[in-house]
Design a protein. Structure first.
Length: 209
């Protein structure tokens, strides 16, 4: 596990949770680890050839290359939340990991990354590796500012009105979310120090394209 963590850290990636597989999962291997960006990911990623070549889906292509190589080096396989249909159930896997939960606004909230949690892929490994200890849901002791943070009231505990969100992003008032990231996600106090404005702006641009 130490060598694996070091290999991930070299690419500014971290383990965001995982679980041991059972026969019902119908996947080859004994451990599934969920992998996402850690501190310093965005400036590291934007120096990659995938970012520089101007082709579509640079983060997905980078994730395939990097996680595919790490998985192969450890005798496993890499699975991704893109490339479908069919799609792998990353939301359910995250809930099963003991490190992420459904937030008051239904988005996944992670123990250390809050509402900005992002899974670049999963490593399917042949050994039963030790797992991070289960954490307590951060929302249990939070004032839940996310519930009232959406300036357009498009994302609340009542659900997510996606067309209304896009309409808001087209207005001058929507520039704040476009340039700094979703206001609801930013309202979460967990993992604030990990957030890159440039990374958030890129994902908002892709979402709103």
């Amino acid at each position: 596990m130490t060598a694996l963590a070091a290999g991930l850290a070299a690419h500014k990636l971290v383990v965001l949770g995982g679980f041991h597989l059972t026969p019902k999962d119908n996947l080859p291997g004994q451990t599934l680890l969920l992998i996402g960006p850690g501190a310093g990911f965005w400036p590291y990623f934007t120096k990659s050839p995938e970012w520089a070549d101007g082709a579509d889906n640079p983060i997905d292509r980078w994730s395939s290359r990097i996680l595919g190589g790490i998985a192969a080096a450890h005798g496993g396989a890499a699975l991704f939340p893109f490339g479908g249909p069919p799609y792998h159930p990353f939301y359910q896997w995250a809930l099963r990991s003991g490190q992420a939960w459904a937030s008051p606004v239904a988005l996944l909230v992670h123990a250390t990354q809050g509402l900005f949690v992002s899974y670049r892929g999963a490593l399917l490994l042949p050994e039963a590796l030790p797992l991070p200890a289960s954490a307590a849901p951060p929302c249990n002791t939070c004032a839940k500012p996310c519930l009232a943070a959406c300036p357009a009231a498009a994302l609340t505990k009542k659900g997510y009105d996606v067309p209304h969100c896009h309409d808001h992003l087209n207005t001058p008032q929507g520039r704040d979310c476009m340039e700094r990231g979703c206001a609801v996600r930013r309202a979460c106090p967990v993992g604030a120090e990990l957030r890159s404005t440039a990374q958030s702006a890129y994902h908002m641009q892709r979402f709103h394209t």
